[in-house]
Design a protein around this ligand. Structure first.
Ligand SMILES: C[S@@+](CC[C@H](N)C(=O)[O-])C[C@H]1O[C@@H](n2cnc3c(N)ncnc32)[C@H](O)[C@@H]1O
Length: 199
């Protein structure tokens, strides 16, 4: 049976509706790997508060955070960088179905991104798949504890060098992965969703 295409706004109403933008194999792993919409709304409101703000999602997966955030905050621009090329394809295909323009998806490892192009950052524990089997999306990339350490340190050092006023939202991420130079300004969802500002 052919899938029914809904009006774009309908997909943003619930998490169950949103995953219908994607094929069944992606739907099956959605709960574990992609940010819930009510969390996106909190994070996007904080990160995209200034008109023209450029926000980078480090490890953007199927683009759920970026697409929903761009819908909620149309005057900001959301960028996603993702190492799995087939997920970037899914993200771009969903973007076309939703006709959302203030989003760009980049294929590649986040260590290759030019961080100077962005004002604020979103991070949903992207490197955890290096530590636990059950957090793996597939077997298409190499995993190791040393890779986890390398990526975590890389992101830490990079965030540390950002200008004062840089905003970061972390979801399901250890507090010690954010440099001390950041002040925790709010914590929601039982401490799993955290809002930081560079002093
Ligand atoms: C937990 S998912 C979050 C997806 C998205 N940010 C969201 O909230 O809906 C983490 C994503 O980070 C990606 N990832 C992990 N390590 C990466 C790296 N070094 N560079 C780019 N992407 C990476 C994974 O492929 C996965 O799609």
């Amino acid at each position: 049976m052919k899938d029914v295409i809904l009006p774009a706004g309908e997909y943003l109403k619930t998490d169950e509706a949103f995953v219908k933008l994607y094929p069944r194999n992606i739907q099956a792993i959605s709960k574990r790997h992609w940010t819930p919409l009510h969390i996106v709304r909190y994070a996007a409101t904080f990160l995209g508060a200034t008109p023209g703000a450029k926000v980078l999602d480090v490890g953007s997966g199927i683009g759920k955070f970026c697409l929903a955030a761009a819908h909620y905050m149309p005057s900001a621009h959301f960028f996603g960088i993702e190492q799995r090329d087939y997920l970037v394809k899914h993200a771009r295909s969903a973007q076309a179905k939703l006709s959302i323009n203030n989003v760009s998806f980049i294929e590649g490892n986040f260590t290759q991104a030019d961080f100077n192009n962005y004002d604020h950052f979103y991070f949903f524990n992207s490197f955890f798949e290096n530590l636990f089997d059950e957090d793996r999306i597939d077997d298409s990339v190499a995993y190791s504890e040393s890779l986890y350490d390398y990526y975590t340190r890389y992101l830490y050092n990079f965030l540390k060098e950002r200008r004062s006023g840089t905003r970061v939202v972390t979801y399901h991420t250890l507090w010690n992965e954010v440099p001390r130079e950041y002040k925790l300004v709010e914590s929601l969802d039982g401490g799993e969703l955290n809002f930081w500002v560079r002093r």
